[in-house]
Design a protein around this ligand. Structure first.
Ligand SMILES: *Cc1c(COP(=O)(O)O)cnc(C)c1O
Length: 422
């Protein structure tokens, strides 16, 4: 029997569903997860010695691939000096400076340990700063698993078709107002009705958790205008897009100036990190400068900081334009190959992220993403995996490319796609 299967059976006895994050269980693609032994560059290896080209990359963080030599060395050398101090260390300052230098709107930044903590803390700050309670989020966007954001969320919530989540008090989500992604009219209507009590609009500037969905022309600009007009804050959740869509994130790519920005994934280089930052005037409301409390025992720990610093330092030298071009080529060729097999295919792509949707119509929001044919996706996923291509086990996730992937991996991926049968 396969080792993955044995481990999964064991895991299910001691961990709910056998996994520490729901989508990993591979339920929606009707198979079992692969247990990973190790990663190297663009590859992962299973405990059963199978080699895969990895397009999940730990759900986005590993834009340099697994175990990049610089990142590995930085973590190893930090490790020699201790793993956590719960006191300031030089590395935190260095990572903060790198982030501020890269992101046009960020003047001060606070480190946390995950993207969930980043969005949760940014919302608390927005509420405290504006003295308002409500937040607008978009259907199908995912901002981590804090109570306020588990209304019509993307990612695993979408994958498992969970409408809301038991355990979240209804008066908590009552402060969460929902709009369809790319629909400014709905946002304006919400502002007209609740404008004087809306603390913030929280948005993924490129949605990555209902699959990749791009902001239409004018959408982000419109959110900036409406939030200004009604005195609310615009929060960009750049946990995926930060240092991915460009080195300066989506805000640089689209030239929008949000008030607050949430980060995670890439800035930790594969270790657990998140951060939130923004205008100095707002960030100075965070304790101990200001009255809004937020803290963390392991925040800013030297291992995570060193991985982040090494990752960003290396990314400064990488050619984002060429990775974007190669990703576009890969995505378009996959579309062409699958269309020749008679499948309906839409592809949404920007920089090194893309999603194939099996539907006739353009995907611009969650409603249109949901039209993607699940049966085709399941078959596509299972056959690609059998051929050595490791994709996210959900139709509502993003495929990530990396600077570690080369023409060899992309060509192999296309060859596997050529052989699929539907
Ligand atoms: C992954 C993600 C989060 C949550 O980050 P965690 O580190 O998993 O808590 C928040 N927002 C977006 C856009 C994400 O993709």
């Amino acid at each position: 029997m396969e080792k993955s299967k044995i481990l999964f059976d064991k895991a299910k006895k001691v961990i709910p569903g056998g996994v520490n994050s729901p989508v990993r269980a591979c339920i929606s693609v009707k198979t079992d997860p692969i247990f990973i032994e190790k990663g190297e560059g663009p590859f992962i290896y299973s405990v059963d010695d199978q080699k895969y080209i990895d397009y999940v990359l730990s759900w986005g963080p590993l834009i340099l691939g697994h175990l990049h030599p610089q990142v590995k060395q930085a973590v190893e050398s930090a490790l020699q000096k201790g793993t956590s101090f719960g006191a300031p260390c030089e590395l935190e300052v260095e990572l903060a400076e790198l982030i501020i230098e890269a992101l046009p709107s960020v003047e001060m930044v606070r480190m946390v340990n995950s993207g969930t903590e980043a969005t949760m803390s940014a919302l608390r700050l927005a509420r405290g700063y504006t003295k308002r309670d409500k937040v607008i989020k978009f259907i199908g966007c995912y901002h981590g698993h804090a109570d306020s954001f588990l209304a019509s969320a993307g990612s695993g919530v979408a994958t498992l078709s969970i409408p809301g989540t038991p355990g979240v008090p209804s008066d908590t989500v009552a402060h969460t107002l929902l709009a369809e992604y790319n629909d400014l009219d709905q946002v304006e209507t919400l502002f007209k009705k609740h404008g004087d009590n809306i603390a913030a609009v929280l948005v993924e500037p490129v949605a990555g958790n209902m699959g990749t969905v791009l902001p239409q022309k004018g959408f982000l600009e419109g959110l900036r205008e409406l939030t200004h007009k009604y005195g609310s804050l615009l929060i960009f959740d750049e946990v995926i897009t930060g240092f991915r869509v460009s080195y300066g994130g989506a805000q640089k790519y689209f030239k929008i100036d949000p008030d607050l920005t949430c980060l995670g994934k890439i800035i930790g280089g594969g270790l657990p990190v998140g951060a939130y930052g923004g205008k100095k005037e707002i960030m100075e409301q965070v304790a101990p400068c200001g009255p809004i409390y937020q803290a963390g025992t392991l925040s800013g720990n030297p291992l995570a900081m060193s991985a982040g610093i090494a990752t960003l330092t290396q990314l400064k030298k990488e050619d984002y334009a060429s990775l974007e071009k190669n990703t576009q080529m890969l995505a378009l060729k996959l579309k062409e190959i699958l269309e020749k097999k008679g499948l309906p295919v839409q592809v949404n792509q920007i920089a090194s992220m893309f999603t194939l949707f099996f539907t006739e119509n353009p995907v611009i929001n969650f409603k249109s993403a949901q039209k993607s044919n699940q049966e085709i996706f399941i078959s596509f996923y299972q056959q690609m995996r059998a051929g050595g291509i490791y994709l996210a086990p959900s139709a509502f996730e993003t495929t990530f490319n990396s600077f570690a992937h080369t023409q060899n991996e992309w060509e192999f991926t296309l060859k596997v796609a050529e052989d699929l049968k539907f």
